[in-house]
Design a protein. Structure first.
Length: 144
């Protein structure tokens, strides 16, 4: 595997972790938009924001910002520490937890999928994982 492929995957993973999060985009002309990142075109870097506002308070239901005018894209909300969550789950399910950092996914017993959005699966095992997830999120929520 080449370093370029690895860094490209890592970059894509980072942008993917921002999907459905509130981000701020600053353009080369100095305009600033803050909204929920609902889409991006990975090969070019174009982004789509929903429920966006500019500096003057003007609101936009959707705004497409082409990559060639983006100078900065950032968020002030830290992502969930999925690696830490995987370690916590490992305490309850020894040797049954896998963390996939490039896709930001945890699997438990190859059946239960855990992402920043929550737990996918049904049954008692999924409910137990969900309780651990909810407790972890509550304990690690950013302080305001």
């Amino acid at each position: 595997m080449s370093l370029v492929v690895t860094t490209t995957r890592r970059f894509t993973s980072e942008v993917t972790s921002l999907l459905d999060k509130v981000v701020t985009v600053k353009t080369t002309s100095g305009k600033v938009y803050t909204g929920r990142l609902v889409g991006y075109e990975s090969s070019r870097g174009d982004v789509v924001l929903a429920d966006a506002k500019d500096e003057e308070g003007e609101t936009y239901v959707r705004i497409l910002i082409y990559s060639h005018v983006i100078s900065e894209l950032y968020t002030k909300v830290p992502p969930l520490d999925l690696e830490g969550l995987a370690r916590e789950l490992e305490k309850h399910f020894p040797r049954m937890v896998k963390y996939h950092p490039e896709s930001r996914v945890i699997t438990v017993m190859d059946r239960i999928k855990v992402t920043e959005e929550g737990v996918s699966g049904t049954g008692p095992l999924a409910e137990r994982v969900r309780r651990i997830f909810e407790r972890f999120v509550a304990e690690h929520a950013p302080q305001k």
